[in-house]
Every structure is written in structure tokens, then in C-alpha cells.
Write a protein that binds this ligand. Structure first.
Ligand code: THG
Length: 368
């Protein structure tokens, strides 16, 4: 079953889409109403290449919500259970965003520029509306908008080598989840050591769409002998690494504790944020279910298009939301949400795939 997608202004192109198309992209998904490449050669070829060389990813779909003004830091802290009080001006934090019931609205990366300026690098969802409404409702002195900023990721074991050639030696000074402004052409970009893979790398926040293709071209010209290729977040690699996908592995029905993000909800006593009571209550008795690494026995499965029920003796005890064949681990790797009664490592379950039942097992951890 292969269909075409109909393009229009609503389905936004990115500053890099023309480069992605010229490079022979095979398929896209839609994320934040924008095109996100999902396959270049094929998913297994892309996977091996990501783990051995270096790739350039159009992740412009990681849209920014910018907060600017005297109350920017107050607003940012209201949005997340994660304690931001010790965050430095060059840090990035992975932050759960929850509603008043403590349910997940998004799981973005927050980039702090200063006490009066932040970017929230969002996962799939209209977080902008929530942030604008909160600023308005609280009467805060802050403006909230989507700037012309498009992240381009450089991921893989040779990412530092490639980045050094385009941005100079300073790239080596950037530590994990820190950022620094580096020169490109007649401008500067925020460059952070982060990205949606476990292979290491950087994200370049391209400010000004007109710089998109010049940067794309500069990276490919500099990296010919590094075997640089276009790539994209890779389903197999991100499941092995346990990187969650909002809307797939969790959504507004889940809490951060269920998502295994409890370590990002250790707030200070006097802190104020939306969902505090709900988060504190759940922390006191623990979550009812939680994200787990799951292996699925047998030959390669086709990735799920909907949640697959996890069963024990015919009873539903969870679901699998992401799954793929892992060439390196020679098993199907998966991410699931499993009830407390059945979440211990080694528990054997049945997963109801779209092509029938398979044996599944709760693993100790992800494949890293
Ligand atoms: N980078 C940026 N924006 C993003 C993503 C990104 N927005 C959308 C999406 N990805 C948000 N979700 C995630 C999920 C995982 C991580 C980052 C964003 C991540 N996690 C690491 C881990 O789990 O090992 C590190 C977490 C930590 O220790 O702080 O990187 O990728 N700009």
C-alpha cells in the first residue's frame, strides 16, 4: 500500500527541503505540520551509515517557541516540573511539559540564552498555543512566538570532524547539552551538542531560512571524504537507544513518571509550576505503568501503524508503540508501556501485532 501525499502551503517545506529532495529522499512523515524525512536509502542502510560515519539531518520540524521579555524565565519554569533554578545561560535541558493534571503535553529541549530569552525546541504538538495562553492568562511581560529558526542536526561518530571543518576548533569546547554561538558566513548560529540519536553529534539552530541551503551545501562540500550522507532520525537506532517519540510512545494520557522521566521532575520545595500537585501525588505512590524496552521474538516485523496490545493469559497488560528489526542485536527491538504488575525484566508476554501474535519479553534496559 503506497499512496502519494498532496502538498499545499499548510504542509510546510523547510529551508533544507530542496536539498533533501535533490539527495533522493524516499519518504517523509508530517511533524508539526512540516515535512520530516524518514528514509533515504532504506532504513537499514541509513541505520548502519549513521552508526559508522556522519549524517546531516533536516530536523527543522523541531520548531522553536521563543520566549522573550522580563518574565521569560518565570514562564519557562511554570511550564515544566524540571527545576531550572541552576541552569546556566549556555545549557539545554530535556524538559517534560505537563498540564494541570500532570499529563504530558510535549517533551521538548529548552535552550536558555539568558534570563530574558529562551527557545523551546518542541516535539510534535501545538505547544505554542499553550504557552501563549499561559502568558496571557498570567498577565506576564513576555512575548511568545515561533521564530524563523530551523535546526539542522549533524549526527554520527564522525560528527565532530565534519563540524570542525565548517565551524572551526571551537566545536570541541561544546559539552553535552551545552550551546555556543559560532560563526557561519556573515552571521552566527547557536550550535549545541545534542540530537535525536545515541551516536553523538550537534544541532545547528539556523536563524534565517536564507542560510539553510548554503549551510547544507557547506556541510556536504566539507565532508566528501568523511562519507557524509543525508539522514534523518532513524527508527531502529532510536528504539535501541530508548529515545521516546511524543504522539507514538506517549501522549496526553501519560505522565512523566510513566514515561520514565521522573529524574526530570525533581523540583525544589518552593517552586511553582503547572501540575505540581498531580506530579507530587503520583511520585508518592509511583506510576501505574511505565515505558519499557521490549524484545519481540521471531523474524523481522513491519513497524506498527497503531499501538499493539500486550497480553498475559488473554488479558491486556500494556501496549507496544514502536518496533523494528535490529540488525546489530538480531532481534526485534520495541518500546512499550507496561502495567506495574507485568513490568519486571524477564516477564514473557504476547504482543498482538497487525499480522498476528508474537512472543515478547520485558528487557532490563534499552540496547545501549
Ligand atoms: N533536539 C531538539 N529538539 C527536539 C528533539 C531533539 N525536539 C523534538 C524531540 N527531539 C524532543 N524529544 C527528545 C527526546 C530525547 C532527547 C531529546 C529530545 C534526548 N534525550 C537524551 C537521552 O534520553 O539519552 C538525553 C536526555 C538528557 O540527559 O538530558 O536527547 O532531539 N533540539
Amino acid at each position: 500500500m503506497a499512496h502519494n501525499i498532496s502538498y499545499s502551503r499548510r504542509l510546510r517545506r523547510t529551508p533544507f527541503t530542496s536539498g533533501v529532495e535533490a539527495a533522493g529522499v524516499k519518504s517523509f512523515t508530517v511533524y508539526n505540520r512540516m515535512l520530516l524525512p524518514t528514509v533515504f536509502e532504506d532504513i537499514e542502510f541509513d541505520y548502519h551509515h549513521l552508526k559508522s560515519d556522519v549524517q546531516v539531518w533536516d530536523v527543522a520540524v523541531e520548531r522553536q517557541v521563543e520566549l522573550i521579555g522580563p518574565d521569560a524565565s518565570k514562564l519557562m519554569q511554570m511550564l515544566t516540573p524540571r527545576d531550572l533554578s541552576k541552569m546556566q545561560d549556555d545549557q539545554c535541558y530535556y524538559v517534560p511539559i505537563v498540564d494541570d493534571h500532570g499529563k504530558m503535553l510535549n517533551d521538548p529541549v529548552a535552550i536558555k540564552h539568558s534570563d530574558t530569552r529562551w527557545w523551546i525546541s518542541i516535539a510534535d504538538g501545538d505547544l505554542l498555543f499553550w504557552v501563549k495562553a499561559l502568558a496571557l492568562g498570567m498577565g506576564l511581560n513576555v512575548s511568545v512566538f515561533e521564530p524563523d529558526v530551523s535546526p539542522l542536526a549533524v549526527q554520527g561518530p564522525k560528527a565532530s570532524d565534519l563540524m570542525e571543518r565548517v565551524f572551526g576548533n571551537e566545536v570541541h569546547d561544546i559539552r553535552f547539552f551545552r550551546q555556543k554561538r559560532l560563526k557561519f558566513a556573515d552571521t552566527t548560529f547557536v550550535v549545541s551538542r545534542s540530537g535525536y540519536s545515541k551516536q553523538g553529534g550537534f544541532e545547528i539552530y539556523v536563524e534565517g531560512s536564507e542560510y539553510g541551503m548554503p549551510l547544507w551545501n557547506a556541510l556536504f562540500e566539507a565532508g566528501g571524504d568523511l562519507n557524509v550522507r543525508p539522514g534523518c532520525p532513524n527508527l531502529i537506532e532510536r528504539i535501541e537507544g530508548g529515545l521516546l517519540s511524543y504522539g507514538n510512545d506517549m501522549n496526553m494520557e501519560n505522565t512523566p513518571l510513566e514515561c520514565g522521566l521522573g529524574k526530570f521532575c525533581k523540583f525544589a520545595e518552593g517552586s511553582e509550576f503547572i501540575g505540581k500537585d498531580a506530579i507530587a501525588l503520583e511520585a508518592s505512590h509511583g506510576p501505574a505503568r511505565q515505558i519499557r524496552a521490549i524484545s519481540i521474538q521471531g523474524r523481522a516485523i513491519a513497524p506498527p501503524r497503531a499501538a499493539w496490545p500486550l497480553l498475559k493469559d488473554g488479558e491486556r497488560v500494556g501496549q507496544v508503540t514502536s518496533a523494528a528489526w535490529s540488525p546489530d542485536f538480531a532481534t526485534n527491538v520495541a518500546i512499550g508501556m507496561v502495567d506495574a504488575s507485568h513490568w519486571d525484566p524477564g516477564t514473557e508476554l504476547t504482543v498482538e501485532t497487525s499480522r498476528g501474535p508474537r512472543m515478547a519479553r520485558v528487557e532490563e534496559g534499552f540496547w545501549i
